[in-house]
Design a protein around this ligand. Structure first.
Ligand SMILES: [Zn+2]
Length: 486
């Protein structure tokens, strides 16, 4: 065939439905038309799709890309604006649609936004038989509607997501296979009825390690199978689809029930491993205080920014300050605190209410006397352009106006935008070398490991009051059906 005409669009949000906030239009970065082509060459899934398209000579028709970092329930306005703008750019004569999705987006009135949007797309002129292919995040709460409405979607295989670009290329390769062979695949999926917290689904360890390996084995052994995706799910969302699932793209008509059943059985066998038990910070502190050479990392998953938490939970900050840990650092997202330093000069002291403003689970701001060390615009270039963060933002990140303050031996990086701690450029751009610290607090579950593990001597994962606690039974689920605790 001549150069295939491929529509390109993106809709990307991991929705934490237990946060107090909603995520409106101002929470989204929106690229329209030619602006999408800016992602070419970067490490995002959109960049991967564009790279593949150009290598195969596809004629790309960029539509729209809506993306936001994980946060609270999306407003209906966002979904309807996306849909309006999508329709305005729709081309009924295109050969395919390539979609970059997250797969765990929920709005005020739609629990399964991706499924609903795919359904609406199928009703557009020319869309009935049009191949809809794409890539999505491993944390998707994959739905029956997504499997029914799209032809072939491929999940990332790594968590932390170091392979977002590669997964996008795999998905684009499947679309090329569709063009070359003329064969349409279909998706099937099944859920084992399990929900694991983000701390339980790193792919370097079981249960995800074993499940990913089983998925790759099926791909190798069954030529009728185009791809197998392991969906870890995103537990901080109260939707009927929340939880672990498996999804297979195969030749149309192939019965994949046997493969899916085996994956579900394996998940159930490994179920308990997916529930790590984080100890209270107060229990862990005596061990933290025993001296060790090199960097100690205190991981605070209850304030997992990558999972939508506010990044301003004060549990670990309080422990670090109370124990006067020298050469320590904590990053707190607090635009009010940054603004309060506006008229303060470098080297001056000031009283500041830090953090504790973004979650009902926290005990509130921590009042500290601090010295202002520096201010910046908060923009930094990623040191690792294949990182989990690159899968979200490309090559640069904007922390918003920032300030570094000091209280005793603790330096506190105050940001104005939530900054997932997945790249050390966050610190070095602010004049702080994390390798030379004694202790650093990291507000993450798993995705920080690629950046921090190489410089970490020892690491403690602790439980503090916050909206992304590994204990899923603390949340008041109404719609979710999957089992969510031991
Ligand atoms: Zn993810």
């Amino acid at each position: 065939m001549s150069a295939p005409k491929v529509l390109l669009a993106g809709l990307f949000h991991e929705t934490h439905t237990f946060l107090d906030e909603t995520t409106g239009m101002d929470g989204f970065e929106i690229l329209r038309d030619e602006e999408l082509l800016r992602c070419a060459g970067d490490s995002s899934p959109m960049g991967g799709a564009l790279e593949f398209a150009s290598s195969k000579g596809w004629e790309i028709h960029p539509m729209i890309d809506f993306r936001a970092v994980p946060s609270g329930t999306v407003t209906d306005e966002v979904v309807e604006t996306f849909w309006q703008e999508f329709q305005e750019r729709w081309k009924p004569d295109a050969d395919a649609l390539y979609f970059v999705l997250h797969g765990a987006m929920a709005s005020e009135s739609i629990c399964d936004v991706e499924g609903e949007i795919l359904k609406r797309i199928r009703s557009l002129e020319g869309a009935g038989e049009m191949p809809i292919f794409g890539v999505y995040d491993l944390h998707a709460n994959f739905s029956p509607a997504m499997a029914e409405q799209a032809d072939a979607l491929v999940a990332y295989r790594e968590n932390p997501h170091t392979d977002a670009r590669e997964a996008a290329i795999i998905a684009a390769g499947l679309l090329q296979r569709r063009f070359d062979s003329g064969n349409s695949p279909a998706m099937s999926f099944a859920s084992p009825g399990i929900m694991w917290p983000p701390t339980g689904v790193a792919t370097a360890v079981d249960p995800l390690k074993a499940l990913e390996a089983a998925a790759r084995t099926i791909e190798v052994n069954d030529v009728r199978v185009w791809s197998v995706s392991v969906n870890a799910g995103f537990g901080f969302a109260d939707t009927a689809d929340t939880g672990v699932s498996f999804q297979i793209v195969a030749d149309t008509g192939v019965d994949t029930t046997g493969h899916l059943n085996r994956l579900c059985t394996l998940a159930n066998e490994l179920r308990l491993i997916g529930y790590p038990k984080d100890r209270l910070v107060s229990e862990v502190m005596p061990e933290v205080l025993t001296p060790a050479a090199g960097l100690t990392v205190l991981v605070e998953p209850s304030d997992n920014i990558g999972g939508g938490a506010p990044g301003d939970v004060t549990g670990c900050l309080r422990a670090v300050i109370a124990n006067e840990i020298p050469d320590s650092a904590v990053s707190i997202n607090d635009p009010d605190a940054v603004a309060a330093l506006k008229s303060v000069s470098i080297g001056e002291h000031s009283k500041l209410a830090i953090g504790g403003k973004g979650s009902r689970y926290d005990e509130g701001p921590l009042e500290l006397e601090v010295e202002l060390l520096s201010k910046s615009d908060g923009r930094f270039e990623l040191e690792n352009k294949k990182s989990h963060l690159a899968s979200l933002c490309g090559d640069f990140f904007e922390m918003g106006p920032c300030a570094v303050v000091r209280h005793g031996g603790t330096r506190i990086l105050l940001t104005s935008k939530k900054t997932p701690p997945f790249d050390l450029g966050q610190w070095r751009s602010q004049g702080i070398d994390p390798e030379n610290l004694n202790l650093i607090v990291v507000k993450a579950a798993v995705a920080h490991r690629a950046a921090y593990d190489p410089i970490t001597t020892r690491s403690f994962t602790v439980d503090t009051p916050g909206p992304c606690s590994s204990n899923l039974t603390q949340f008041d689920f109404k719609h979710a059906r999957a089992q969510r605790g031991r």
